[in-house]
Design a binder for this molecule. Sequence first.
Ligand code: ARG
Length: 589
Amino acid sequence: MLHLKLQASLQAAVRAVLPDAEVVNVLVRPCPDARHGDYQSNALIAVAKQRKLNPRQLAEQVQAQLDVTELCDAVEISGPGFLNFRVRPAALAAVLQSAAQGEHLFFAKAAQPRTVVIDFSSPNVAKPMHVGHIRSTGLGDALQRVFRLLGHRVVTDNHIGDWGTQFGKLLLGWKQLLDRDALGRDAIAELERLYKTINAECDATPARLEEAKLELVKLQAGDAENIAVWQEMIRVSQAQFDTIYGRLGVKFDHALGESFYNPQLGPVVNDLLASGLARESEGAVGVFSDGSLPQKSDPFLVNRDGEWVADPALVRKSDGGFNYMTTDLATVDYRLKTWAPEEIVYVVDDRQAPHFRKLFLTFARWQSDAAKQVKLIHVGFGKILGEDGKPFKTRSGDTVKLGDLLDEAEERALAVVTEKNPDLPEAQRKEIARIVGLGSVKYADLLPNRQSDYQFSWDKMLALQGNTAPYLLYAYTRLRSIHRKSLEQSAVSGQRSAVSLNAPDEIALAKQLLNFGLVLEAVAEEYRPNFLCNYLYDLAGVFARFYESCPVLKSEGDERATRLLLCDLTGRVLKQGLEVLGIETTEQM
Ligand code: ARG
């Protein structure tokens, strides 16, 4: 990639001036202000500061050593010591040509691939997946696709909630109230009904609660009947999750649910107790603050009425049961031993941020050497709000089921497609609507900064104008239609021609294409697919300006070849970009 070539030349020049300099942080990035250049490096300022040199002087010395005439018209120094590069159109054309030959699509595979475990989606058994699950599922899937595209080794793991106290009530309900037909029609709805009924009864009658507890104890003790029923509940839940994942095009390498770690939980707690990390308190076992952090940022403390009191990471309850934390500790341990990842990414709602801070700190205290080998990171996200600004609910106030939401997305998209293209056969319109509808929901969810709450709006996400999936999908279909038409005119396009960039809008489009790789890297670095959404939207805009000022099908010779190539590469980048966001494309809309 061009910026990498510039970067390598710059690093060599820095070493020529300062033979012992560390150059890994001498980076070249797109110039924030196009008036100053296409690419920029601000790294010399830091290098100079470290060595107490004058940054402008250092910049001049480096500039004198820099050999980039093949790539750049000029290298200029600005401000306190920035180096600005202006790329020659011929160098841009060469990159386009190599992309045309299939050597790359404007990104490079990671020089040092990492093993990255991504824990995402992770719904709970016996409950329907609701609208909130689109967030973890969509973000996690986009991240895993980007990491893989960049050549990292990715392990995806769906940490399903398949264990816990709720199974006492579910088992009791299953044994006494189960409606087999209802289970066959909609298993999760039936499990939900059982749970709700028994839960209400338990609230009203203590004896009923005791019955439920007994079922739980039997399950935990490995009672054959209860284990079989529990497994059946997991099986029917998983089948429904899989239906949703199938529609969303999401796959997992593993789905090691919480129950998978049961045998490890006792040993984990014993280990924590033996090493003095955990202690008993009021019958329970917890890990407490070690006082190493300022109170305000210590997750093991909480402020109650102006006083700091202990808020331990609980690992064993007073009744001997284990906690969410215990399972997560065992899970980190297992993942490190099994896959030796450099990174474990948890794509989970921001409300669980305190849990993950405690988890990461506890793990670091428990296994300090192993912890140094891995980066544990919570990729959090905010809520989905309704148009009234309150958490998104159905009209009757229930949580919105994900399956229903996807149905509605496809129905609404069908109306949009039918309006645009009433003459297409129905089956084709439905298939396009499936792509547009699901793409719209996913895109609307990936577009905002993941940590902010966003308002769910059908009208906005399905609009053909603005930063939406339909807009990008439509832009893609236009590119495909240009491609088809160009083939029909093959008489003109047969001859070999050279790529030569002349018009400002041709050059602008080429530069935007070249930034694709940098954007993918930024997505992986900050776990923010929204960077890619914005990039693709900008690309479509730059393309629209190009297409307006530069006739493609009516041009000839090198100009035609160049413009067709720009169209083709724009289409390929759009398709690849949408694909890593988990969004399918269509040839017609
Ligand atoms: N099942 C959990 C929930 O619904 C999310 C699990 C996230 N992953 C984890 N390793 N804790 O809240």
